[in-house]
Design a binder for this molecule. Structure first.
Ligand code: SF4
Ligand code: SF4
Length: 92
């Protein structure tokens, strides 16, 4: 049973109770994320170039796709998109 969640890492106590050890990373999503209007995307790649997290990339040369676990909702891509079709929204 997890006893401690610190710095996005869960720590457990061993059976012998003598030490703590790290077993898994906690996947914690930011409260906001970028949402692309795929139908309007012209796949120019600007968003991919400016994202500091490597969280958005052109999918099969067709449209920009956000990698949810990487996106922190900073909005840089939205500000740079020449078609203005990226919005930063609160995650559902
Ligand atoms: S910058 Fe805008 S138009 Fe260009 S690939 Fe990204 S979402 Fe599509
Ligand atoms: S909102 Fe920020 S982190 Fe998310 S895809 Fe856009 S530039 Fe990257």
């Amino acid at each position: 049973m997890p006893l401690l969640n610190y710095n996005n890492t869960v720590y457990y106590i061993s059976q012998k109770g003598l030490f703590l050890y790290m077993t898994e990373k906690v996947k914690k999503l930011s409260p906001r994320h970028a949402v692309v209007d795929r139908a309007a995307c012209v796949a120019c790649g600007t968003c991919e170039d400016v994202c500091p997290r490597g969280a958005i990339a052109i999918y099969r040369g067709q449209y920009a796709k956000v990698q949810e676990e990487r996106c922190v909702g900073c909005g840089i891509c939205a500000g740079e998109c020449p078609a203005s079709i990226i919005k930063v929204e609160v995650r559902a």
